[in-house]
Design a protein around this ligand. Sequence first.
Ligand code: ADP
Length: 252
Amino acid sequence: MILLDSVTKKYPGDDEPALDSVSLHIEPNEFVFLVGKSGAGKSTLMKMITKEEIPDSGKIIIGGIDLDYVKKRDIPGYRRRLGVVFQDFKLLPRRTVYENVAFALEIAGMSGKEIRKTVPKVLELVDLLDQAKKFPDQLSGGQQQRVSIARSVARQPKILIADEPTANLDKLTTEEIIGLLKKINDFGTTILVTTHNENIVNTLKKRVVTLKDGKIVNDQKNHGIYELNEAVASEHRVQTPGHALKNKKKVI
Ligand code: ADP
């Protein structure tokens, strides 16, 4: 469903590649957490999938589509086939909850009749049917993220990717959002989520892929746990205890 084969990406001006020969295969219906310290390359990997960035070398095939052959003018259409959830929700502030979801379907070319049928169903899925007339600024962070998820699953994408979807949410709301992603996964959508939330990763016991310095250093296929410590420990071997302590705080 998601296939990266020896993908390397170095941004202009950087000394080291953000992704260094990364190969990753995610099967249909998998739920995968992508973890790693800040700067490890998680966002760059997500941007490879959405074709926001293009690799220097390597192959990327998403849902059977070889991204080498997706032309610039076809990128928006390609992205609409994916569900993408952002940490800052990216809702339209002047549109209601209902309109935010309906608008995404309209852009995708769905008929008015279909839209009127689909929107209440997805709002029910995310438990927001009773908030349909509200505007984003009248909602809590968790509710806004649920609208954003409703919007991205309304077109029934086969793949949903989420870059730090719970970064701006408190503990309870985070659990609620991850529970919702799990429910969507149970319906058959392949899910890839980046997170720094150790608790969530360890509770869900799903596949966990760890990136470090642009490389996959660990791929726990089942019952994965959030484990950056080995990588951190080897880094600290050449450092003073003071440095190590400072860096450790940053990682946590
Ligand atoms: P993460 O999401 O794990 O924090 P990123 O993919 O954002 O990691 O970054 C990986 C590396 O690529 C870092 O060294 C970062 O500084 C670099 N990088 C990311 N985006 C850019 C950019 N637009 N231009 C230059 N370097 C970048």
